[in-house]
Design a protein around this ligand. Structure first.
Ligand code: SAH
Length: 252
């Protein structure tokens, strides 16, 4: 049988100009586009006019499409001989279940190509002028999920607090209080700079720049909501000092 192909495409953090050329090319080849709810709909301008678009939202707590259904759907479409573009926010391999999907697809004998995207952990701090590494202030950057912080599956707070790296925490907003408590309990200083960014790189971007012992109250007062990224580290002091990327809203 003439099987189709699946592209797992990372759409970047939001601003459509952060798509790669490879993503644009793959979108243009697709017969069917499965689009995640974190993805800016402006990416659809690069699809064929007759491409079928399927919304596959998986946002926690909202309308959701089970992962197994999405995977079955991709296999079914590819077996029909179609070229499928599965479009995800950021990078497919960074908290994006890309690994699981590649496994399922290859097990079914489907050809898969992964197209990198700019992960939120890089693109969002850059939109604020925060360099995630800076040799005067840190020895690296750690990408970590804040999602499991409540469930008994506690991260190693001591290792994180003393890593000497910038901490970039995905899915951390709902557990922000326990993240702060974990880092403080492990000895991170109360005045450590923290930024929380909602809808980074988009016109709806909202930012709270604070410090460890005030950030929970500041975020509550400002009413920030998901999707939001939490950045902890000395480099946060660069926020707003020099905006290296022009936000999408200023071009419009
Ligand atoms: N694969 C994606 C991450 C998916 S997990 C990537 O590489 O970026 C979803 C989490 O990513 C959100 O809860 C949030 O923490 C973060 N995120 C994604 N886009 C974001 C944006 N535009 N602004 C802030 N955080 C974002």
């Amino acid at each position: 049988m003439n099987k189709g192909k699946v592209y797992l495409i990372g759409a970047g953090p939001g601003d459509v100009e952060l798509l790669t050329l490879k993503a644009v090319r793959a979108l243009g080849e697709a017969d069917v586009v499965l689009i995640d709810d974190l993805v800016n709909r402006e990416v659809l301008q690069f699809t064929k006019t007759n491409a079928r678009v399927i919304e596959v939202g998986k946002r926690g707590g909202c309308r959701s499409t089970p992962q197994a259904f999405i995977e079955r759907k991709m296999v079914q479409l590819a077996v029909e001989g179609l070229t499928v573009a599965r479009v995800k926010g950021g990078d497919p391999y960074v908290f994006g279940r890309g690994g699981e999907e590649v496994e399922t697809l290859t097990r079914a004998g489907i050809v898969v190509e992964v197209v990198n995207g700019i992960t939120a952990g890089l693109g969002v701090p850059a939109a604020l002028g925060i360099p995630v590494t800076h040799r005067e202030f840190c020895r690296g950057v750690t990408f970590v999920t804040g999602h499991t912080a409540k469930s008994g599956d506690e991260p190693n707070w001591h290792a994180l607090a003393h890593s000497g790296t910038t901490l970039v925490i995905y899915m951390g907003l709902n557990n922000l209080a326990s993240i702060v408590a974990g880092l403080r309990g492990a000895g991170m200083r109360a005045s450590m700079p923290v930024a929380v960014v909602q809808n980074g790189t988009l016109p709806t971007q909202r930012i709270v720049v604070s410090q460890l012992d005030h950030v929970v109250a500041d975020v509550a007062r400002e009413g920030l909501a998901s999707p939001a990224l939490v950045v902890v580290g000395e480099v946060v002091k660069f926020a707003g000092s020099k905006v290296l990327q022009e936000p999408a809203r200023q071009r419009a």
